[in-house]
Design a protein around this ligand. Structure first.
Ligand SMILES: [Ca+2]
Ligand SMILES: [Ca+2]
Ligand SMILES: [Ca+2]
Ligand SMILES: [Ca+2]
Length: 570
């Protein structure tokens, strides 16, 4: 009965949509000129509602800003999405800062936090039980979630000012810190690790790890900078030296080998922020993009046999179109124009222009911020985390950015998030204003992660903001568009299937592309499930999977509006 009612409602909505579209195309109807342009700018009216208040938890990102400024304070509040207890519901983990200059988590306001999803939009703080408060760590930044030992339980790697931490999920609700002796413990003192990403660069089925390093820093060597001769300010990054990023090869049995030197990573010195993983030139090997802060960006092309070559300059992603460096923050890689080639986005500070790079068939990237509208839309925002998400399920990936300036100087220090909606895979319009007051909350937004929290087929967003409660924003959904979500489990490939590529062909022949890469945005890990918006289509002709092992698997005639679970064929 209910199903029938829903179908009737769906039919009614489709008819309404078709009539509206027809009216718009013919120019008929009573709409004035401005009404029509409004319709064109915001064809859908989704909104986001913050449900964090439904749950009792004390976590707020705490960067300990109390007047005296310390260099890393603007970077606080990493997020990971993981189903740590495998009950089918996605849980949330947050990183946190430390007391300065002590550089210690002196009380619980600095603890990291694990929120267990109890269903019905409610979360339960299980940090203590899980052993994840991080009391023995210092100022935390990014977190990378993945099952590095292929036992079916998602593990965590947490980046810090001091030592980093590898937490193995024991499968009984507890995590154990297994960093000591793993090979991930040999980090030089004071090396500030910002982000990390898991990938299997040699396709041996074991997830390897890249860590973006920023510089050498500690509270004693922290440089004090002053603006206009009076106010303490965050120093320009040039105050600190650039360093190489680190690559670690997973040897199995909880051991990692630092292959920074052998892989070629040690040659490029940067100030690492976001990391993105994709096979950008489609040679079957996973490559790595790292956004650097005021240094050129790095594009590590995987040459096979454990070797990488940094070819950012050659591929056109090292600088912006004026050949200058910007404050690169978070980044994401996905195919936003549905041509089968993975593109790159990163954000940066106000006036610098967010960067959208269109992949020209694996040969080079074209800087399309000006022609796509991203230049005009991003000019007044300082962005940190971000991601390509098809929030309205029309089959075109939109661009989300978490915003807020580095420093606290007005005007335009506190900012709101933005969502640039893709019109046709080429042009973007700013849809932020229509997304509701929770989406538009002002502040210093930092980490972000995407997931379908309530499993309604519309992507939800979790965002941290400096010294504020995080927002857990549910999408209203309900615009009548259809979707398909694809959940992959590797057998020969890494169990998380990180690096797997999926091509969805709809009934009408439209091709959509995605690849598994939880390292999205800044300091954060999003869900691993791939999400495809199908617009008005209800049928998928085929789903083609290219596993990291190289195996190809195809499914045909897949129904829409469901999660398709696929295990790698043996
Ligand atoms: Ca595991
Ligand atoms: Ca490997
Ligand atoms: Ca879209
Ligand atoms: Ca949802």
């Amino acid at each position: 009965m209910e199903v029938r009612l829903r179908s009737l409602v769906a039919i009614f909505l489709s008819v309404l949509f078709v009539s509206l579209s027809a009216a718009r195309m013919s120019g008929a109807g009573p709409t004035s000129k401005s009404d029509t342009s409004d319709l064109e700018v915001k064809p859908t009216q989704l909104s986001f509602k913050d449900i964090a208040g439904l749950s009792k938890f004390v976590y707020r990102s705490n960067n300990d800003y109390r007047g005296r400024k310390y260099f890393p304070q603007p970077m606080c509040g990493g997020i990971a999405v993981l189903d740590f207890d495998r009950d089918g519901r996605l849980d949330l983990f947050f990183t946190n800062g430390a007391r300065l200059p002590e550089l210690k988590k002196v009380d619980s306001s600095f603890h990291n936090c694990l929120l267990r999803n109890a269903g019905q939009g409610k979360f339960e703080d299980v940090t203590e039980k899980a052993g994840l408060s991080g009391v023995d760590l210092d100022f935390g930044f990014g977190v990378a979630a993945a099952d590095y030992d292929n036992d079916g339980f998602t593990d965590l790697f947490v980046c810090n000012a001091g030592r980093n931490a590898l937490y193995r999920n024991q499968g009984d609700g507890r995590f154990v810190d297994l960093t000591a002796g793993s090979g991930l413990d040999r980090k030089p003192a004071d090396l500030l690790s910002v982000c990390a990403a898991w990938l299997d660069y040699d396709a041996d089925g074991l997830l390897d790890l890249i860590v973006s390093q920023y510089t050498f820093w500690n509270p004693k060597t922290d440089v004090r900078c002053v603006r206009d001769g009076k106010d303490d300010s965050y120093c320009h990054p040039r105050t600190y030296r650039a360093v190489p990023h680190n690559l670690y090869h997973n040897l199995g049995n909880g051991k990692f080998e630092d292959v920074t030197e052998a892989s070629g990573f040690s040659k490029a010195l940067g100030k690492g922020m976001g990391i993105s993983i994709a096979d950008f030139n489609r040679d079957g090997r996973m490559d790595i993009f790292v956004a650097n802060d005021t240094e050129r960006n790095f594009f590590y092309l995987n040459k096979g046999a454990g070797k990488f070559e940094e070819e950012g300059l050659l591929f056109g992603v090292a600088y912006n179109d004026q050949g200058i460096t910007v404050s690169g923050m978070g980044c994401d890689s996905a195919d936003y124009n549905n041509d089968g080639w993975v593109d790159i986005f990163y954000n940066n500070l106000q006036t610098q222009i967010f960067a959208l790079f269109k992949n020209q068939e694996g040969g080079f990237f074209e800087y399309v911020s000006p022609v796509s509208g991203v230049e005009r839309l991003s000019r007044r925002f300082s962005g940190w985390s971000n991601g390509f998400i098809d929030y309205n399920n029309d089959g075109w990936k939109d661009i989300y950015s978490s915003n807020g300036d580095v420093d606290y100087f007005p005007p335009n220090a506190e900012q709101h998030d933005t969502l640039f909606e893709s019109q046709n895979g080429e042009k973007f319009v700013d849809a932020s204003d229509g997304l509701g007051p929770d989406f538009l909350r002002m502040g210093f937004q930092r980490g972000s992660a995407f997931l379908d929290l309530n499993e309604d087929g519309f992507l939800d967003i979790v965002v941290t903001s400096l010294n504020q409660s995080p927002r857990i924003m549910l999408s209203s959904g309900g615009n009548g568009n259809h979707w398909l979500r694809v959940q992959l489990t590797g057998k020969k490939s890494n169990r998380d299937a990180i690096g797997a590529e999926v091509k969805v062909t709809t009934g009408a022949g439209r091709a959509l592309y995605g690849h598994v890469n939880p390292s999205v945005g800044f300091m954060s890990s999003s869900e691993k499930t791939l999400h495809f918006g199908l617009a008005r289509e209800t049928a998928v002709k085929s789903v083609e999977i290219r596993w990291p092992s190289g195996k190809i698997q195809q499914l045909t005639n897949v129904p829409a509006d469901k999660v398709l679970k696929v295990e790698e064929a043996q």
